[in-house]
Design a protein around this ligand. Structure first.
Ligand code: FAD
Ligand code: NAD
Length: 480
């Protein structure tokens, strides 16, 4: 029952993640009256509260531990790390809290009203808001709006076979809480989350076993980019079981027993904890969409056009809930497109390159056309590679386990795609995104002066390889 009305608004944004708060801020900057609703009292969404930021804080700590260990071979021995889990948790939470406070402050300055409540559509121009924070009034209220943007994100998928209600079975949210460092951890899923959080727990001292359904880690990513990561993880993880299915999880007093099906894999193994990371699902249920004209596709994603408008002219959708890739920067970009459309602009969502980064050690980053996709499409491309063994910077930091690969159109010489694996690859990929978006060619990339000694030179050298004239590689076909 709706007890009270909130003052009507021009725009309501549901979800304060990287899509939602970006949309609210852009709209407010364009002079709109904006209400931002989130069920979580802490703004920032999955990305800030239980995703990108806490996982990267922990990965930073994990990389530090690994790098300190590696320094032994250069004559520097720090000894074994002593880990204070409570202090690590506190540091990670402080990072999140500081950023959440920043979002609140930015909202306040822009006069964006944040309401802590669960939103549900009553019709195409009104929402029921049920308070979720104790400080808010207990009764639901009604909010009328001219436009709404749905930015409700996604949640972890749990197949029925893995749905065990036992606190030793974790999803990404509970794994980021660092309940303890389990002696043995099973990670179900060799994708982004499995490898990133598996790396964190390994560095902290767990023996990690990864089970992946397909025949390789990070399915869909070019194999030459995955190889250096897989090689390193094969050494640091206890085991990686590919082509393997977890048929069942059973909660026993001594541990969680995983029943496995795969060649050469034990049929049943006990673990202290299990992390289930087998993908995410769009958060479009229980939004009352049946009371609007919004439609979802067979996988549950809200259907949108190139301006992110749903089938309901007053309602837009952005971010994870509106389709893949489920990445924070894609959500933030869509926010600008949707706000532009609402304010009468003509912006369209049609990027030539959405970057993706897996923050393992080494990192993998790619954007635009991949080699795998070009082959699947039978599209003629010219691929150039620069192995980091030939990079002075990579040698100097002891990280030659890298590769820079560029995918060009053979006729126009334009850059169509890029893939990097190596230390800091995630920071390097942005140059390739810009080059693809601006239609840069191999000679243009090669002639732009890159600073020395940096890993960014590998991009210029891979571009030089298009003509066969690479300074630090010998190509017998040079100049042809
Ligand atoms: P979200 O960030 O999911 O925010 C949705 C918000 O909507 C939530 O705050 C939720 O409380 C709120 N909400 C939902 N339903 C309602 C309702 N009915 N009423 C009110 N509020 C509601 N992406 C990257 O790009 N880089 C990374 O490094 C990265 N790391 C990740 C690590 C982990 C462990 C996870 C789980 C994800 C990671 N992602 C990463 C993915 C990234 O978090 C998402 O792509 C991104 O958060 C999507 O943003 P969004 O705005 O669409 O939704
Ligand atoms: P994912 O899609 O990246 O990986 C899931 C993996 O689980 C796949 O390799 C899949 O083959 C495997 N799998 C599926 N069912 C299985 C089963 N029953 N047994 C064993 N393996 C199984 O999903 P995720 O790791 O859960 O991450 C979800 C999404 O969150 C990502 O796709 C990405 O969009 C986002 N994310 C991004 C980052 C980043 O940008 N660095 C980090 C974390 C998450």
């Amino acid at each position: 029952m709706v007890s009270e009305n909130v003052a009507p608004t021009q725009l309501v944004v549901i979800g304060a993640g990287p899509g939602g708060y970006a949309a609210a801020f852009h709209a407010a900057d364009r002079g709109m009256a904006v209400v931002l609703v989130d069920a979580d009292p802490k703004p920032g969404g999955t990305c800030l509260v239980r995703g990108c930021i806490p996982s990267k804080a922990l990965l930073h700590a994990a990389h530090l531990i690994e790098h300190a260990r590696a320094a032994k071979s250069w004559g520097i021995d720090f000894g074994e790390p002593r880990i204070d889990l409570a202090a690590l948790r506190t540091w990670k939470s402080a990072v999140v809290d500081r950023l959440a406070g920043g979002i609140r402050e930015l909202a306040k300055r822009r006069k964006v009203r944040i309401i802590t409540a669960r939103a549900r559509f009553l019709d195409s121009h009104s929402l029921e808001l049920t308070p979720t924070a104790p400080a808010e009034t207990a009764a639901p209220s009604r909010l009328e709006f001219e436009h709404a943007i749905i930015a409700t994100g996604s949640f972890p998928a749990v197949p029925p076979a893995l749905a065990v209600h036992d606190s030793r079975v974790l999803d990404s949210t509970s794994a980021l809480d660092l309940p303890d460092v389990p002696p043995r951890l099973l990670v179900v899923g060799g994708g982004y989350i499995g490898l990133e959080l598996g790396s964190v727990y390994t560095a902290l001292g767990s023996r990690v076993v990864v089970v992946e359904l397909t025949d390789g880690l990070l399915p869909g990513v070019d194999r030459d980019l995955v190889r250096p990561v897989a090689r390193r993880l094969e050494r640091s993880f206890e085991a990686i079981h590919l082509n393997t299915c977890v048929e069942r999880l059973e909660a026993e007093p001594a541990g969680i027993v995983a029943r496995l099906r795969g060649e050469g894999v034990p049929a049943a193994e006990p673990f202290d904890r299990v992390l289930v990371a087998v993908g995410r699902r769009p958060n479009a249920q229980q939004l009352g969409l049946e009371n609007t004209r919004v439609q979802c596709d067979a996988r549950g994603f809200v259907q949108v056009d190139s301006q992110r408008r749903t089938h309901d002219p007053a309602i837009f959708a952005i971010g994870d809930v509106a389709g893949e890739p489920m990445l924070a920067h894609k959500a933030a970009h869509e926010a600008k497109v949707a706000v532009d459309a609402i304010t009468g602009g003509r912006a369209m969502f049609g990027p030539a390159a959405i970057p993706a980064v897996v923050f393992t050690d080494p990192e993998i980053a790619w954007c635009g056309l991949t080699e795998t996709q070009a082959a699947a499409d039978n599209r003629p491309v010219r691929i150039t590679r620069f192995p980091w063994t030939a990079s002075g910077r990579a040698q100097a930091i002891g990280r030659t386990d890298g590769l820079t690969k560029l995918v060009f159109d053979p006729d126009s010489q334009r850059l169509l795609g890029a893939g990097l694996v190596g230390a800091g690859a995630g920071e390097l990929i942005a140059e390739c995104v810009l080059a693809i978006e601006r239609g840069a060619t191999a000679p243009q990339l090669a002639h732009a002066i890159h600073p020395h000694p940096t890993l960014s030179e590998s991009i210029a050298e891979a571009a030089e390889a298009f003509s066969g004239l690479t300074t630090h590689l010998y190509d017998p076909r040079r100049g042809k």
